[in-house]
Design a protein around this ligand. Structure first.
Ligand SMILES: [Zn+2]
Length: 101
């Protein structure tokens, strides 16, 4: 297992813990969450999205594609993976998500 995988595994563990925390959080008795302002739900959604990215990255690594851009197949730069271990696109594709290749 390389450093990036270890970072991702740690991140996945952390995100799962947080998600669990948000999902099990119940308002105290007599307390009601303000309608349309459920911060806990928004946080849980955000964490779930992050978790999905991490799992996607781990799947790609397991398939041997983790070091390559998911779109143009360029090799991902080391600095990019240090900044964001979940990165699945090269800096070029990341900056231009709507261009056709
Ligand atoms: Zn690319």
């Amino acid at each position: 297992m390389n450093e990036r995988q270890m970072a991702l595994e740690a991140l996945r563990y952390d995100l799962r813990e947080r998600l669990q925390l948000y999902r099990t959080h119940q308002p105290h008795e007599g307390e009601t969450a303000p309608p349309g302002d459920n911060v806990m739900d928004q946080r849980a959604t955000h964490v779930a999205q992050e978790l999905a990215r991490v799992e996607q990255a781990l799947l790609r690594i397991a398939a041997g594609e983790g070091d390559y851009c998911g779109r143009c197949l360029m090799r991902l730069e080391g600095w990019q993976l240090t900044t964001d271990p979940c990165a699945t696109l090269c800096a070029y594709c990341e900056a231009r998500p709507n261009d056709d290749v």
